[in-house]
Design a protein around this ligand. Structure first.
Ligand code: SAH
Length: 553
């Protein structure tokens, strides 16, 4: 079941805070069974802070959230401040992911709500000689202001008002007095000022004050101020609709004229503070980054047709891939996956992406690799964007460099995206640091594929036996007995702590602690299966209480 966190900006108005809380409660009630959990929080000024809302959801076991910015238009709050606050929450809660909902407006439900507020202000007076001044917050982002103008137009369309004109209470023109004066000069006798605001706050108060002031100066006018949209069923239902969209991954924003994307006259100088990049889920890579200065802050990750990217997918959980790796996956036409690559990432691919399962290649390591290399080159030459998705880091026992060489030899452009290697991450996920001050000042990652003494082995087991640091053995399930014996023979104490970590990051993750002289027996008795790493050395004593180890004894 999904969890929804409704994110408000915050206000100095106690009434505004109460309306927000009431709306969160209303959403909870009206959701019925369609949303698993609902919380609301503010990024500044008001309580509860966002961090409490996210913390509550995390405490109840939610790791995948829909975060919905409670904003009418996409401007700095929705594009910059709220994503930045959510990024901080992700740092606080490792593994937390969120789908970001789009702004509430424009939406017919909102226009109907505005119409009702205007009707209430009219109290039966005729629409045909009523003019409406729709007053938005105003932004340094012209696109956000254009949204308010669009809502004004949509509100006029077919509803029988004499006219609807947009105005702004801050940062944009026309101001409230300016738009009211414009309507007066057009011959308006009755004007309803309709604030395009959700809840009470300093700015709606200011709209009312300026409207009253204008009315006082023009006693010939019938000037009324409509209520705010406020906490109501229509707003709660709209929140649920935006939630539903985000769950489906169907989020569209108006991007073509976004000031974070295109240079708008006078815009750059007006932005006072940096924005956090926020990419749209349906954007092609390289197309759209919400950076305040229009320059990319990290190297362009674009993958062009005919190119191959060798991408490290991390140790298993779908959210331990790098941002760049995920961006490339989002644009791939073909994804060639290994058995150890995070399978959870495949569910998020665009529809129609071809997934090639490299684990199903013909038997025999060199044959399989040849087939993969050939496939990469063939798909690239057919003009596709090819991602080769591997487990961990592509260059750590991943044969990634062989694929790079094969592409290069065929003249196919190829890039590498490093990944979080299981050599470090499997230990970390089991609570073991591969180094620790005063305990281990080195760690060595070795392949257990060939046992000590094998004629093709390139490992100096004697040196590893003499050393005092951490040894991490990959691909060692079958050879751990021989590896342990060699390490002991060359000087490691038989009671050196070892932990076997199987399926790190997966639901079935388990750790089995043992002494070096007993690890082979413990692993065999517990039925340890690949993928597993063995962490050898004093740091292994830091392993967290193993959840399932007890049942193996
Ligand atoms: N390139 C990969 C390693 C490939 S070799 C990386 O950087 O992680 C395959 C070995 O990696 C497995 O035999 C196992 O030792 C280790 N491994 C990969 N994923 C693992 C996981 N989730 N848990 C434990 N070990 C893992």
């Amino acid at each position: 079941m999904t969890a929804l966190v409704i994110v408000g900006h915050g206000t100095r108005s106690a009434e505004g805070v109460a309306q927000f809380a009431a709306l969160v409660e209303r959403v909870r009630t009206r959701a019925g069974g369609t949303v698993g959990d609902v919380e609301g929080g503010f990024i500044e000024l008001s309580r509860p802070p966002l961090t409490d809302a996210v913390g509550a959801l995390a405490d109840r076991g939610h790791r995948a959230l829909v975060a919905l910015p409670l904003v009418l238009t996409a401007a700095g709050h929705g594009k910059g401040d709220i994503p930045a606050a959510l990024a901080r929450e992700q740092q606080r809660h490792p593994g937390l992911s969120y789908a970001y909902g789009r702004p509430l407006g424009p939406h017919p439900m909102l226009h109907t709500a505005l119409e009702e507020r205007i009707d209430a202000a009219l109290a039966g007076a005729d629409r045909a000689d009523t003019w409406v001044a729709l007053i938005g917050r105003g932004s340094t982002d012209p696109d956000a202001n254009a949204e308010v103008a669009k809502v004004a137009r949509l509100l006029w369309e077919g509803r029988g008002y004499a006219g609807v004109e947009p105005g702004f209470i801050s940062l944009a023109e026309p101001s409230v007095p300016a738009v009211l004066d414009r309507l007066r000069r057009l011959g308006a006798r009755r004007i309803v000022v309709a604030p395009y605001f959700l809840f009470a706050g300093v700015l709606p108060d200011r709209i009312r004050a300026q409207a009253r002031e204008f009315a006082a100066a023009h006693p010939e006018l019938d000037l009324r101020v409509a209520d705010l949209i406020g906490d109501c069923d229509a707003l709660a239902d709209l929140v649920l609709e935006r939630h539903e969209e985000a769950v489906r991954g169907d989020i569209r924003m108006n991007c073509d004229t976004c000031a974070y994307r295109v240079s708008m006259p006078g815009f750059v100088d007006k932005v006072g503070r940096p924005q956090t990049p926020h990419d749209h889920p349906d954007d092609p890579v390289g197309g759209h980054h919400h950076h305040h200065d229009h320059h990319h802050q990290h190297p362009e990750p674009a993958l062009r047709p005919g190119e191959v990217a060798i991408v490290g997918g991390g140790p298993g959980p779908a959210d331990l891939i790098t941002v760049r790796g995920r961006e490339l996956l989002e644009v791939a036409d073909v994804v060639v996956v290994d058995r150890l690559a995070p399978q959870g990432l495949l569910a998020g691919l665009r529809p129609g992406v071809r997934v090639v399962d490299a684990a199903k290649s013909p038997r025999g390591p060199s044959v399989g690799q040849d087939v993969i290399n050939t496939a990469l080159v063939r798909h690239a030459r057919a003009g596709r964007r090819v991602v080769r998705l591997k487990g961990g880091d592509p260059f750590v026992f991943g044969r990634g460099h062989e694929e790079v060489l094969a592409c290069a030899a065929a003249g196919v452009p190829v890039t590498v995206v490093p990944g979080v290697t299981s050599a470090v991450a499997a230990a970390a996920l089991a609570g073991i640091p591969v180094t620790h001050r005063g305990t281990a000042h080195e760690f060595t990652v070795v392949s257990g594929h060939l046992p000590p003494g094998h004629p093709n082995s390139l490992i100096d087991w004697a040196a590893l036996g003499r050393a005092r640091g951490t040894v991490v053995v990959l691909m060692g399930v079958d050879t751990i007995g021989a590896v342990a014996a060699a390490l002991i023979a060359h000087g490691r104490a038989p009671d050196t702590p070892v932990v076997a970590v199987q399926d790190a990051g997966h639901p079935g993750q388990r750790s089995l602690p043992a002494r070096l002289d007993g690890i082979a027996a413990v692993a065999a008795r517990a039925g340890v299966r690949p993928p597993a790493v063995f962490v050898v050395g004093p740091v292994a004593a830091f392993a967290e209480e193993p959840a399932l180890a007890a049942s193996g004894h």
